[in-house]
Write a new protein. Structure first.
Length: 263
């Protein structure tokens, strides 16, 4: 475990040089979970009861700052890499997993022992992957019942810091307008801490937060908003410049079935 902690902190120390020198706003543990065949409905119920209750207990106790549980919308089914994502946010290094005791579960209102909870989890699902992210910037906030559009990026060699600055100096200002105009709208900017290596398909992510289904289908107003917040710069030229720095390799849309924060 000490070696894992050392590797994470080494990655965290090196990331500011790669993605710019701004101090991280926090850290994220992102679990990608897939249902066993025929178990999707049962897994959804499991997410909304023991997982959500245990997550609230940990947020209330200060282990995490917030927890989000999201369900796949597009892609969904067999083509979805993750049927559900359980995302734990913290201001400092993420707490070690699986620290809850049976007594903790009882206090959280979960009528299972740790062994029973784990057995049910494994009966319904399996863990596809765990990503650890560094939060670089954040605007607005998400809401339960809303949606997120998760944009995965692979930055070009040597371009990570410039891409980060371009996102913070360009798209962020538009996101601030969107978040002000419509509650439940937001945007986040993240760099991947673990795993690492050149062979990975992505190393950065932005998340667009939307308050409801209708907002997903609303006509884009990026250009008009860009002209408002960046009148001295051309929107198309900016998008071309960002495209030269990073490739958007995948976009996942998910519904937020639970959003847990301290009151």
């Amino acid at each position: 475990m000490k070696r894992i902690l050392s590797l994470f902190w080494l990655a965290a120390l090196l990331l500011p040089a790669a993605f710019g020198q701004t101090q991280p706003l926090g850290y994220v543990r992102d679990l990608c979970v897939k249902a066993h065949p025929g178990k999707l409905s049962a897994l959804r119920a499991f997410m909304l009861d023991p997982v959500a209750k245990a997550s609230k207990f940990r947020v209330d106790g200060g282990t995490y700052s917030w927890v989000v549980i999201a369900e796949a919308v597009a892609p969904a089914g067999r083509e979805a890499r993750c049927d559900f994502r359980i995302v734990y946010g913290s201001t400092g290094f993420p707490a070690e997993q699986n620290l809850m005791t049976t007594e903790d579960l009882r206090k959280a209102g979960v009528g299972m022992t740790v062994e029973q909870r784990n057995a049910k989890r494994d009966e319904l699902s399996y863990l596809v992957a765990t990503d650890y992210w560094v939060t670089r910037d954040m605007v607005g906030s998400s809401v339960k019942g809303g949606y997120v559009r998760i944009n995965y990026f692979k930055t070009k060699p040597g371009m990570a810091a410039e891409w980060t600055r371009a996102e913070q100096g360009g798209w962020k200002q538009m996101a601030e307008v969107f978040a002000k105009d419509k509650p439940g709208t937001g945007w986040g900017l993240y760099s991947l801490a673990m795993p690492g290596g050149a062979a990975l398909p992505y190393n950065a992510m932005t998340v667009d937060m939307l308050p409801n289904w209708a907002a997903l289908g609303e006509p884009g107003r990026q250009r008009a908003t860009w002209n408002k917040v960046h009148p001295e710069s051309d929107y198309s030229a900016y998008m071309d410049r960002v495209g030269d720095m990073a490739s958007r390799v995948r976009v996942d849309t998910m519904r937020l079935i639970e959003v847990i924060r301290k009151p």
